[in-house]
Write a protein that binds this ligand. Structure first.
Ligand code: SF4
Length: 394
């Protein structure tokens, strides 16, 4: 049974970081570890304890979305995921209609496993497709091929999932516009509800960055990457997907509610090693190492002030000015909704145009920002130049 909701609290979104992967992908800089399967069960135990500590410091915390990310959550057994979700239901005021998302690797998604995920309450499945091109998947050291993506989507449908996301990556060394078009066409045939596109970044410490720096691979071409973004926009639009965020498209009503919470700069406690969170006016991250995380949760018996737990590593109180900037930058990512001026006024007691009128009007004149009485949002032309605009507010 869910805990009684605290009516004075706004709905929160809970992020859970699962820090295990079977293989480290060549482009990945996330906090994930391979060859630590023996730690998965102790980690689940520690995570349940962290959830209890978090819930006890803020009784009745209402949750309207849960996102199990990583890492590779589909390395966990149904029993382990079920215990995590049972703890959440027992300790928090989880909305019965909550969106509960889980990231997954296509190779792990057999129909029995997926049916069991539906039974324990996972409502949205995110699958790391990345590409339909085997050479690109090999370059990434992914452990799946495109056939396993097709099978995973079929199995998800058989299991009853009606809310499926696929992640795709573009701007890959040696990737041509035609290669990208092939991946997009293959994606469209799968007819899922949502897609997230990621321009490949060369992150510190990754094999991919080392290969580019050593000359073994060419540097991704920025102009070609921009053309790929335009092509995706055109093809997804023609196929009836709505773009609602700079890098996210969905079928009507299938926007990711959890990620909307981030872009609206609303609270999301984060648990698990290397999670980030923002709640109670505090932005924080947790201990990176799974071993240290498990030890901290097992040994610490103190009580903590929300949203801190024994796993909290860095915590910073977000001042009003910083909150305004974050709300602006995140809100402008929402290409359709933008920033609702009344919501902004209610939250900060000032109109956005009184605060940043000069910058906004300059971008309006360049055709990069749209302003009316109700909203401020970036235009189609502004999407590719959004980083420059965001820097103006910092
Ligand atoms: S599966 Fe995902 S989290 Fe794991 S290494 Fe690959 S990209 Fe990173």
């Amino acid at each position: 049974m869910a805990a009684a909701s605290n009516p004075g609290m706004p709905p929160h979104s809970l992020y859970i970081h699962i820090p295990f992967c079977a293989i480290k992908c060549s482009y990945c800089a996330f906090n994930t570890y391979t060859h630590l399967d023996h730690l998965i069960e102790p980690f689940v135990h520690a995570l349940m304890r962290e959830l209890q500590i978090l819930a006890h410091s803020q009784p009745g915390l209402p949750l309207h979305t849960v996102y199990i990310g990583g890492g590779t959550p589909s390395l966990l057994t149904v029993n382990q995921l079920s215990r995590i979700l049972s703890t959440i239901r027992a300790e928090f005021a989880l909305d019965p209609a909550a969106e509960i998302s889980m990231e997954s690797n296509p190779s792990d998604l057999h129909v029995d496993y997926l049916s069991a995920l539906r039974e324990i309450g996972i409502t949205r499945l995110s699958i790391g497709m990345q590409s339909a091109n085997q050479t690109e998947l090999d370059l990434f050291a992914r452990r799946h091929d495109f056939v396993s993506v097709i099978k995973a989507v079929e199995s998800a449908r058989q299991a009853g999932f009606d809310n499926v996301n696929l992640d795709l990556i573009y701007g890959i060394p040696h990737q041509s516009l035609a290669d990208w078009e092939t991946t997009l066409s293959a994606f469209l045939k799968l007819d899922v509800e949502h897609v997230s596109l990621y321009a490949l970044g060369l992150e510190d410490g990754t094999s991919l960055k080392a290969w580019v720096e050593s000359g073994r691979l060419p540097h991704p071409d920025d102009d070609l990457t921009a053309d790929m973004y335009d092509l995706a926009t055109t093809m997804l639009d023609a196929a009836g997907y709505d773009q609602y965020e700079i890098s996210n498209w969905s079928r009507s009503g299938r926007e990711c509610r959890h990620n909307l919470q981030y872009w609206r700069n609303l609270p999301y406690p984060g648990v698990g090693p290397g999670a980030h969170g923002y709640a109670g006016g505090v932005r924080y991250s947790t201990i990176l190492s799974p071993q240290r995380y498990i030890k901290a949760l097992n040994e610490n018996t103190e009580s903590f002030v929300f949203p801190r737990t024994p796993a909290t590593d860095n915590a910073v109180l977000v001042e009003r000015d910083a909150e305004i900037v974050e709300t602006l930058i995140m809100g402008l990512r929402l290409t359709r909704e933008g920033i609702v001026r009344q919501t902004f006024r209610d939250r900060f007691g000032i109109d956005l145009l009184d605060l940043h009128g000069e910058v906004i009007q300059r971008y309006v004149q360049l055709g990069l920002v749209h302003v009316d009485d109700e909203i401020i949002r970036i235009t189609q032309a502004g999407r590719l130049l959004s980083s420059a605009l965001f820097r103006e507010f910092v």
